[in-house]
Write a protein that binds this ligand. Structure first.
Ligand code: MN
Length: 255
């Protein structure tokens, strides 16, 4: 396989190295942010120059976001020889439920899927010290299967792996998790107020059977969640029609 790796923890992250190690025998390319880009979601740098640094043969660092890295990896580094699959991770921490909307790891994979290449985001839902071996192995196994089958439409998989011994894996839907809505107010050394959002970082998972949160946090299973790129909420069409705003229907009308 020709594989492009990226992540949001930076080009020197151990989780990225673990993926490369698990892909021995494959043609591995890396294009990843040059530093920490966690929770940058799908941001793209359209208003400043980007620099590309070749760390080693086939290993590139981009001074931008995960999306920038995949964009540059696909459209410059691997232009005219796109990879069979893109893998993003292994993230240093979980990307479960609501996390996918903030995750740079998921966004890197999503950027590849938007370009039409099968993509996998893989995260280790464990506190340090991290052992990425199993997570990397599962991601590579999935990648090989995807490349062998060549699905007819772009596939985007979000994979989370629990700490310790993994009992197995399952297909799971996204769960729901929250971090509190706290805004901590403090005073800086110069007497000005500053704010810290996101609470202490601890998440509360809703108990939703079949969810990725339950699989990983309760059942000791790795979760595999297919994500879709079409964010349309088709189920809301009927409810919006019930608002009875004249002309606001599927057929164009005067407003
Ligand atoms: Mn990260």
């Amino acid at each position: 396989m020709r594989v492009l790796l990226s992540n949001d923890d930076g080009v020197h992250a151990a989780g990225l190295r673990a993926l490369a190690d698990a892909l021995e025998g494959d043609e591995v390319w890396v294009c990843a942010p040059d530093g920490e880009q966690s929770a940058t979601s799908h941001a793209i740098s359209l208003h400043r120059p980007l620099r590309l640094h070749e760390e080693a043969p086939r290993w590139y660092a981009v001074d931008g976001t995960p999306t920038d890295a995949v964009y540059v990896g696909m459209n410059l580094v691997l232009k005219d020889r796109w990879p069979d699959v893109v893998i993003s991770g292994v993230n240093h921490g979980p990307n479960l439920g609501n996390d996918v909307h903030y995750s740079g790891t998921v966004a890197a994979a999503m950027e590849a899927a938007l370009l039409g290449v099968p993509a996998i985001a893989v995260s280790l839902a464990a506190p340090p010290p991290h052992d990425f071996t199993q997570a990397a192995r599962l991601a590579v196994e999935l990648a090989r299967a995807l490349v062998a089958v060549r699905p007819s439409r772009p596939v985007l998989l979000n994979v989370n792996v629990p700490p310790g011994r993994v009992r197995g894996w399952r297909l799971a839907r996204l769960g729901k998790r929250t971090y509190g809505n706290e805004v901590v107010t403090k005073i800086d050394p110069r007497g000005r107020r500053y704010y810290w959002i996101g609470g202490e970082g601890g998440a509360v998972n809703q108990d939703i059977p079949g969810s990725d949160c339950n699989a990983v946090m309760e059942e000791g299973l790795a979760s595999v969640t297919p994500l879709q790129l079409d964010a349309t909420d088709g189920g809301a069409f009927e409810e919006l029609a019930a608002l009875r705003l004249p002309g606001l229907t599927r057929e164009p009308g005067p407003c």
